[in-house]
Design a protein around this ligand. Structure first.
Ligand SMILES: [Zn+2]
Ligand SMILES: [Zn+2]
Length: 415
């Protein structure tokens, strides 16, 4: 199973498509020179000229669209309140029928829409902007150098209202700000706020000062009780956390050189207590705003997620979960140099693996693949965890497992 990776463009995602982008030619049809408003009013397309316009491709039946719509409504209303009417969104529906469209549009969206019945215009827009998946938000600038921005969804998730007015200059500025922020990053800046300079611990003291954690390797563990994949990953992380501590003691290092802090997305205090009580490490207090701030700062899209901070407080890796899955306690201290050593070791070990393997969880023969050689990031079909690098894959089905997850088929011997 190929994993969908959200790649963040570090270069500017704006591309120029020509100078004569007119909203009237984009949104109208032979019979129509207006768009719908949620109240059913007809709004002249010519009213849009000169504005920044987002074209929103979405459908009610897709949960990812529903989630994004909620966020987009907030951002839209915020932009309207802050910058006035120079911005508009036009909904292009992929709903199954008129009822579904009406319910989704009228109840959930405050912006304009192409009428549901105008299949032709909707199709033409999908084609013109190469829409490959929903939700998709295309942003158009009204200036002479008409430019089209394709990853509006990504930008809204990442920057919210801050992304406005979505120009090249604005996006460059945001990237620069973000880079500077990460360069200034320290453990104290990340974890403390004006009301709190400690995290929670299970020991009698109940609190550990953040200053006492400076100089250590720290894992920020983003998780929640309602998250099913966490139920599998948390016990694994606990066992590896304990093994890393043991190893530090054996090597005459302080076992406190490594610590994990739980960053919770639990729905309520009770769930938080239950999660935290099952974990041997530290936690941010449940109602503390830093939980949300960190989720946003590290752009956490899915949990469980493990971010590793080095002794200098800088981010070592955002792929802690995947490294734990691949290398277990050997992954410590998660640095680039350590990962390189482990990758080389894995390449060495792979030389001794058979190029084909029969796995008892799948009925086709699996081939050994590696990064850049048929493989890439994947979700293991056997243990449901992330993987990358070497794997066994069924070319026909896309079925893919970690090399360590292969359970060879036992052939019954006739001897
Ligand atoms: Zn696996
Ligand atoms: Zn297969």
């Amino acid at each position: 199973m190929k994993q969908q990776l959200s790649l963040i463009n570090t270069t500017s995602p704006v591309k120029t498509v020509g100078n004569n982008l007119k909203y009237s030619s984009l949104f109208s049809s032979d019979h129509r020179d207006y768009l719908l408003s949620p109240t059913g009013a007809k709004i002249k397309i010519s009213d849009l000229e000169g504005k920044i316009v987002g074209i929103y491709f979405s459908a009610n039946w897709y949960p990812q669209c529903q989630t994004f719509t909620k966020l987009l409504v907030k951002v839209y209303e915020h932009i309207k309140a802050k910058y006035g009417s120079n911005f508009e969104i036009v909904f292009v529906s992929s709903d199954e029928d008129l009822n579904a469209f009406n319910e989704y549009y009228q109840l959930h969206m405050p912006w304009l829409a192409i009428p549901f019945s105008d299949l032709e215009t909707k199709k033409a827009l999908n084609k013109m902007f190469d829409v490959e998946g929903i939700p998709c938000l295309i942003i158009l600038q009204p200036n002479d150098n008409a430019s089209v921005l394709h990853d509006g969804v990504e930008l809204i998730y990442r920057y919210g209202v801050e992304a406005y007015p979505f120009s090249n200059e604005r996006l460059d500025e945001l990237l620069k700000q973000e880079k500077e922020k990460h360069e200034r990053q320290t453990l104290s800046i990340l974890l403390t706020n004006q009301d709190r300079d400690f995290v929670l611990t299970h020991s009698a003291s109940k609190q550990v000062s953040i200053s006492s954690l400076i100089g250590k390797t720290i894992g920020l563990y983003f998780s929640a009780q309602w998250c099913l994949p966490s139920h599998k990953f948390t016990p694994k992380l606990i066992s590896i956390y304990q093994k890393i501590k043991q190893k530090l003691i054996q090597q005459d290092f302080n076992e406190e050189n490594f610590e994990i802090i739980y960053v919770s997305s639990d729905h309520n205090e009770k769930e938080f207590e239950s999660s935290f009580n099952s974990m041997p490490w530290l936690a941010l207090p449940f109602r503390d705003p830093t939980n949300k701030d960190l989720t946003k700062y590290f752009d956490i899209r899915g949990i469980p997620s493990l971010i590793i901070l080095g002794p200098d407080g800088k981010t070592v890796t955002k792929n802690g979960r995947s490294l734990i899955n691949l290398y277990e306690e050997e992954a410590y201290p998660f640095t680039m140099a350590r990962v390189e050593t482990l990758e080389n070791q894995m390449d060495e070990d792979a030389k001794n693996l058979p190029s084909m393997e029969l796995h008892s969880g799948h009925h086709h023969e699996l081939s050994l693949v590696s990064q850049g050689n048929g493989g890439g990031p994947f979700i293991c079909c056997d243990c449901d965890e992330q993987g990358s690098g070497w794997a066994y894959q069924c070319i026909d089905c896309g079925y893919e497992v970690h090399t360590k997850c292969v359970r060879p088929v036992i052939r019954v011997s006739s001897a």
